[in-house]
Design a protein around this ligand. Sequence first.
Ligand code: 7RM
Length: 633
Amino acid sequence: MINKINTLQEYHEAYQECIDNPEHFWHQLARKFIWRRPWHTVLEWDFIKPEIKWFDGGGLNITENCLDRHLETQPNKTAIIWESNDPNEASVTYTYKQLHAKVCELANVLKNLGVQKGDRVCIYMPMIPELSMALLACARIGAVHSVVFAGFSSRSLSDRINDADAKVVLTTDGSYRGAKAIDLKGIVDEALLDCPNVQSVLVYQRTNTPVSMQGGRDLWWHDEIAKVDTHCEPVIIGSEDPLFILYTSGSTGRPKGIMHTAGGYMVYTAYTFKNVFQQQEDDIYWCTADIGWVTGHSYIVYGPLLNGATVLMFEGIPTWPDNGRFWDVIDKHQVTIFYTAPTAIRSLMAGDHSPKSTHSLNSLRILGTVGEPINVEAWEWYHEHVGRGNCPIVDTWWQTETGGMMISPLAGITPTKPGFATLPLPGVQPALLDENGKEIEGNGVEGKLCIKFPWPGMARTIWGDHNRFRETYFSAFPGYYFTGDGCRRDADGYYRITGRVDDIIIVSGHNLGTAEIENAIDEHELVNETAVVGYPHPVKGFAVYAYVVLFAEAAGKDHDALRKEINESISAIIGPIGKADKIQFVTGLPKTRSGKIMRRILRKIAEGETDNLGDTSTLLDPGVVEEIMRGKV
Ligand code: 7RM
């Protein structure tokens, strides 16, 4: 159905075609989908305002393309295979026909709760099939989903619910993660103390643990499903109407509600999924991300289902009940395409977590990675120990904001190099910019990665704050979308992402804003001020290093006890993923005369650098640096 590139020459042709006539290129692709109303304009754009519109005037429902269209051709094909956290619990499968029915039922429940087109629904659920159904049910009726990763704290949840002004929350009684059971409903209850506009909470029973149900607000999923049938007409929405909001960390303050619209996102995720993975009809595709992140949205839910693929969904973690779980699951379900993150790869490289001789892994055909730069050692280990030396690796660079993959090999087609995301996909026009905002031409160069032409999957705004959208992505280099990443283009024109150039730390593939963590630490009553930086970590990619200045009242307090309390505070406000690996107590922070903390210096110290600290001449008190270096933890 969706155009597939089959050779390197075809890739180069498609790439060129998309430069010469992007509107024609995307028009031809978009025509392959079910539209209920044709578009009048393929593309309108302005990177200064910024305003981007794809397929404007068109009307569609993405679930018709994910589900209904496959009912004619392959109703009994497996859409979802679900593997429980507990290896002894039976797996569950849904065919396209069954999934369609489940989604329609849930959509009818949402309608009964008063949810209408354009309303926001917050989804806070573990990795069970009902989570995919929840996204699709919202899309079915034109509601805007806002999924919050179920590892976030109640405070993060309430902030996101309020920012999006969601009136319904979908959750479960509890969740399992390895040996742990988590009281999700309890976290929701706590969050909702601060969310006056939430009218209903729909609770799916996953753990059968006792929870409190607030009368007039909380409803059991199964009770409501019992009241509806499996027929639900799709609500047709405009191409440029919102499909979802997904929050991502900002370098300052509050998280940003990245908003994606329906038409362009649909075309882009479907096209990139098909081509990057070179997906075939009989593939069993497994992406280990959580649906709470964009990778899950685009490449567990929308991209694969748009292509009628079979998707494996896994509830658990790689290390439980033992370190072979990923390999067990691959063999059990005969996974052919496996997509994971460098942090997972690095944790499985360590110790004896490698696949054993009892693991076959010979169903695997293609491997993928996403989320952070992958170091050469991890790439080679992945290739040799997981791919058994014969599976192409696609290192896919993209972002929440880009909606889909941007720079990536096409599996088995683009020659790869360890550590390189290789070449831009058709429609993606990267540019490397220097400090003065000048585009650096030619090869063998390095700069800040920008994109100079729109692609259909790109975010359209930050929910409720278009100014911040412009400021964050379109103002550093006027006329360009700025990614926040540094990048090298080597002699062959291959791209290698070198990491963030802003105040975002990627810890185990999760983006954390330094400001966010600092805010959380500052909440401790004995903390005066703090500066947070990332430092390289062998497994997590980066880990959090916090420099903390205490109030005088803290004198004599046990430092290890304080460290524990500070991490509890981070855990409560952001979630356990934000915890600091290292906390150093200092008497002052290196600041410029204008009062700005010089994180550049702190980053170097955290990395273990002792002499090359760069220019310290603008420091108010250079003595502070000496002290910090002496006390490094
Ligand atoms: C998909 C996703 C985005 C940031 C991005 C980069 C980093 C992602 C790669 C990568 C090097 C990769 N969305 N990043 N993929 N860096 N190589 N293949 O991760 O919004 O959560 O993060 O992640 O810094 O800007 S995200």
